[in-house]
Structure formats: structure tokens, C-alpha cells
Design a protein around this ligand. Structure first.
Ligand code: ZN
Length: 334
């Protein structure tokens, strides 16, 4: 795969097989063997590569430099990326994309969804098959190809009318990308952040629609998805702007804050009561062990809680958010 350089399937060729095994006697790919050993997405990638001359001797190349020659500098950046789960490779383009995603002014559940989708952690049929779950990797809606993450949220043929109807889509065709992360990063370089945030909400909504349809439920009106997403974003931002008074016992804890242990997540939550005491605003932030924000949310609750109850409700809502986002090893700090 372009991002990780790992194939998504597990070839049956054996641990010591070389690329040469996949080349036919005539010098091209042995198409049958490639398709037999790799998932469709991997096979398409492999078959799209020209087969090199067999007269050229094999040599080791370092991908992270254009010259192919290893440098400590590129290894350093690669190492930074490997130790940071929020970044897929640590290279500048990737860092910029992840920074955008975690800082974008949009609901945490959208950010977490896009993050999980970029990691191929959402339950498309191909992702399930990759986890050795016995399902067909075919798209359950169109049956015309593997349901990769990108196919599920953008490439499926039932979305064609929608893709063609959105004016910004003239820049976003199906292209030749296989991974959602590569696809999004390409357009992140072209688009402004507003359109990118809107696009993230749209993809999240399409995934919701896909799940509804797959489970035999009523989907959303695709003609309205762009308007719906724009309104959803604007409502979210408007809600975040309202000024609120902090509860009396709130103290700034920024100076003492420590990230959680390795592999764990830390949930910080707080509540504020509005001037008239008729509503409570709950703020929730989840950090990973490197101190990166991996989920956040604010919620407005129409209620007349006292400060203690408001804090308890904030903790409860925080736990719900963490569970919804798939974070189970959570430390709670109030
Ligand atoms: Zn499909």
C-alpha cells in the first residue's frame, strides 16, 4: 500500500517468496497467481506496476529519499511517525493532514470516524475479511468490487449521481487511489480547510447511510447530504461560540497535566453552568499517551444541576464518548 508499503492480504506464497515468483515466463505479471494470492485492491496495485527488466540486479532502496539512499534525517522523521499513532508516517505531508484533522472545528465523532477510516478500522467487508472474519469482501450494495474503505464512503457506484451533483466534486473523482488516507491527503493539498472539513462530515454521513442500507433501514436523502453537512457544521460551531460561566470550583489544571500511561487514554471533562443556571455545558477531551487529542466534544444540556451533579454528568458523558470512539483503557481526570 502507498502509505505503509504493506499488502493488506496475506499471500500464501511463503515467507521467503520473492517478486520473481509473480512474474510469468513472458516477462509480465502472472495475473492468475497475483489474483490468487492478494485481495483485489492489492492485486490491482501490483498489476498496475510495470515489471522491471530481469537483467537489472536487485538492490536495496530506501523509499523515504528520492535518491533511494538511506539518510539518518529521513529515518528520524520515519521514527517520529512510528512512535506517534496519530501520524501514519511522520513525513511532513502526513503530519500536516493529521494536525488539520485533530484541530479542525468539527464534531469529535466526525474526527474519530475519519481517523478510524484512514486506518481502515471501520467495518467494511474488506476490512473484516482482512481481520480473518469469514465474509465476502464484495461490496454489499453494488457487488461490483471489494468494499475498501474508500469504496464504501466514496467510490461505490450508487454514489455516482451524488459525486457528479456536488460542484466541488469536479475536483474529486474516483481517481486511482486505493487508500482513503492517500485520497484525502491528495485533496487536502488542493482544498481549503473549510471544504475539507465539510468533506469529512459528508463522508461520515455517507458511512451512516451505507450502514442503514446494509442493515435494511431507511438511508438518508443523498441529494441533501451536502446541505445537511454544511448546516450540521454551522450548528456545531455556533453552539461552541456561546459564552458560559465556569462553575465556581473549576481550577486550571493545565500546569499539572500529565499524559496517561503507554497504551492508555486520559479523559478530562468539565462542566460549566450558564448565567441563569438553566443549562449546563459539558466539555470532554480524550488524550492518548503521547498527549495528542484523539477525541473531544462539547454538549449543552437543558437542566438546572448544581456544580457537583454537573461534574458527575460530565464524567458520564465523557465515558460514553470514549466508549463510542473505541477507547476502553481510559483514565479519568476531573
Ligand atoms: Zn459498491
Amino acid at each position: 500500500m502507498p502509505t505503509s508499503f504493506r499488502v493488506m492480504s496475506r499471500p500464501k506464497l511463503g515467507a521467503h517468496a520473492t517478486v520473481k515468483r509473480l512474474v510469468s515466463d513472458t516477462g509480465g505479471w502472472n495475473v492468475e497467481l497475483v489474483k490468487e494470492n492478494f485481495l483485489d485492491a492489492d492485486a490491482d496495485n501490483i498489476l498496475s506496476l510495470p515489471v522491471g527488466s530481469t537483467r537489472v540486479a536487485d538492490s536495496l532502496m530506501w523509499h523515504y529519499e528520492q535518491s533511494g539512499i538511506f539518510t539518518v534525517k529521513s529515518a528520524y522523521w520515519l521514527g517520529c511517525g512510528l512512535s506517534n499513532p496519530s501520524s501514519s508516517s511522520g513525513l511532513n505531508g502526513d503530519e500536516s493532514w493529521w494536525k488539520f484533522l485533530w484541530k479542525a472545528e468539527m464534531p469529535a465523532k466526525v474526527r474519530v470516524f475519519i481517523w478510524r477510516a484512514c486506518k481502515n478500522w471501520i467495518a467494511t467487508t474488506e476490512n473484516l475479511k482482512w481481520k480473518s472474519i469469514n465474509v465476502s469482501a464484495r461490496c454489499p450494495i453494488c457487488s461490483k468490487g471489494c468494499e475498501t474503505t474508500l469504496h464504501a464512503v466514496w467510490g461505490c457506484c450508487y454514489l455516482e449521481d451524488f459525486r457528479n451533483s456536488w460542484h466541488v466534486c469536479r475536483f474529486v473523482r474516483r481517481g486511482n487511489k486505493v487508500q482513503l488516507l492517500d485520497f484525502l491527503q491528495d485533496y487536502y493539498e488542493i482544498w481549503d480547510k473549510e471544504n475539507m472539513a465539510l468533506f469529512c462530515v459528508i463522508l461520515w454521513r455517507i458511512w451512516f447511510h451505507r450502514n442503514q442500507v446494509v442493515h435494511g433501514l431507511k438511508g438518508v436523502n443523498l441529494e441533501e447530504v451536502v446541505n445537511w453537512a454544511a448546516l450540521y457544521l454551522s450548528d456545531f460551531r455556533e453552539a461552541n461560540k456561546r459564552s458560559l460561566l465556569p462553575v465556581a470550583r473549576h481550577q486550571s489544571r493545565v500546569g499539572n497535566w500529565q499524559p496517561p500511561c503507554l497504551g492508555r487514554f486520559k479523559l478530562n471533562c468539565d462542566a460549566t453552568i450558564n448565567k441563569l443556571g438553566r443549562s449546563v455545558r459539558v466539555g470532554i477531551v480524550v488524550h492518548d499517551c503521547y498527549g495528542y487529542v484523539v477525541a473531544s466534544n462539547t454538549q449543552r444540556i437543558q437542566a438546572t444541576y448544581n456544580p457537583q451533579v454537573a461534574e458527575a454528568v460530565a464524567i458520564y458523558r465523557g465515558i460514553m464518548l470514549a466508549q463510542e470512539a473505541g477507547f476502553w483503557q481510559v483514565e479519568i481526570e476531573i
